[in-house]
Design a protein around this ligand. Structure first.
Ligand SMILES: Cc1ncc(COP(=O)(O)O)c(C=O)c1O
Length: 391
């Protein structure tokens, strides 16, 4: 049998029946520590001469099942599950950059990532340049002799700008630079950056992978040699995921492909409907022919996803009125959930980004971000319609 198809891996990868009991669902191993048969075994495990569990910060069977599942879905060699998406991003990055190094990152990053890269890491002697990574010439121009990491979000959050992963990976490799992609928006069902030459993939599993707005977690996927370098940092800084969150995420992943298919179908319909609406100024969605990178979207993604942003003709005031009048859609940050979520990046997810950086990246005060859930699409459109009447 060759490599299994995505839907099969979503249900089975890493999720073998429990060897001790035959339980079909991976058990929640709610144990902080694991008994050794004798002192020699304990010492051998600490020395890495014997595999086996020691202490849950260093490894846990439920968490391990999730790591194997995500590594298989992303097509990576291995994975580490973390306590949040930000823990994944900060640990993965700190294993690559040291004092005196430079990060080159996209100019429309998730607010927390922007804060870590441009402010927090600055205090540790790491500099960062933000650049429009959809512009390859600009990326090449911004590379410095001390650049160690090129970091991308594609599509970017919330501008929905795409980066040509194959081209950026090739360019970075020629300069000996590691590439990292935040694949939260798409999930591995719709996009697998490693297939395009990206070295490390990070996730907020809080979003599509868990999918039900009930988990906070993250994941880092990369080669075994990269994770070996990252492990001492990760295991000693204590950014590991708990077993209950790992179990909820494993449960979510079993339906990832089904949810993403439905969300994508609905999002395509909603984006077209919004684009034709007289009160809407513009819509950014990679599945619209009006998206300037529609051809690239078709080339590097297996579907256009559940995320879009738009602005109303009445700008920030109209956008606020609309957000205050939705009934079915929830006015909340986060994304990729079964529930449809609507939010205002300028005052919410991207509020920590200085206004000048935000405006330069195109994140205007009137921009509304929309994450399509799995409710009936006609009900979502009806809700938007009645809210737009009041805007
Ligand atoms: C694209 C993206 N990356 C990373 C994060 C951070 O994830 P977490 O909130 O799980 O730390 C978020 C959170 O919204 C996000 O949208």
């Amino acid at each position: 049998m060759g490599k299994e198809k995505f839907a099969t891996m979503a249900v089975h990868a890493g999720q073998k029946p429990d060897p001790a009991t035959g339980a079909v669902s991976v058990p929640i191993y709610a144990s902080s520590t694991f008994v050794f048969q004798n002192a020699e075994q304990g010492a051998a495990r600490f020395e890495g001469k014997e595999t086996g569990y020691i202490y849950s910060r260093l490894g846990n069977p439920t968490v391990r099942a999730l790591e194997e599942s995500i590594a298989a879905l992303e097509g990576g060699e291995d994975c580490r599950a973390t306590a949040s998406g930000m823990a994944a991003i900060s640990n993965a990055t700190m294993a690559i950059v040291k004092k005196g190094d430079h990060i080159l990152a996209g100019d429309a990053l998730y607010g927390g990532t922007h804060k870590v890269f441009t402010d927090i890491l600055k205090g540790y002697g790491v500099e960062c340049t933000l650049v429009d990574t959809s512009d390859l010439a600009a990326v090449e121009k911004a590379i410095k002799p001390n650049t160690k990491l090129v970091y991308i979000e594609t599509p970017s959050n919330p501008m929905m700008k795409l980066t040509d992963m194959k081209a950026v990976a090739k360019m970075a490799k020629a300069h000996g630079i590691t590439t990292m992609a935040d694949n939260t928006f798409m999930s591995p069902y719709l996009q697998r950056p490693i297939e395009h030459g990206i070295d490390v993939v990070v996730h907020s599993i809080t979003k599509s992978l868990s999918g039900h707005s009930d988990v906070l977690g993250g994941a880092i996927v990369g080669t075994k040699s990269y994770l070996k370098v990252m492990d001492p940092l990760f295991k000693n800084m204590g950014a590991n995921l708990g077993p209950f969150e790992a179990w909820l995420t494993l449960r979510g992943i079993k339906t990832l492909h089904v949810r993403m298919q439905r969300q994508t179908e609905s999002a395509e319909k909603i984006a077209k409907w919004l684009e034709d609406h007289p009160k809407v100024q513009w819509v950014k969605y990679p599945g619209l022919k009006s998206h300037p990178q529609y051809a690239l979207a078709k080339r590097q993604m297996d579907g256009f996803g559940s995320m879009m942003s738009f602005e109303l003709k009445g700008g920030v005031d109209a956008g606020r009125k609309m957000m205050n009048n939705v009934k079915l859609c929830s006015l909340a940050v986060s994304l990729g959930a079964v529930e449809t979520l609507i939010s205002h990046p300028a005052t919410m997810t991207h509020a920590v980004v200085p206004k000048a950086d935000r405006i330069k990246a195109g994140i205007t005060d009137g921009l509304v971000r929309f994450s399509v859930g799995i409710e009936d699409v006609d009900d979502i459109i009806a809700d938007l319609d009645q809210a737009l009447v009041k805007a």
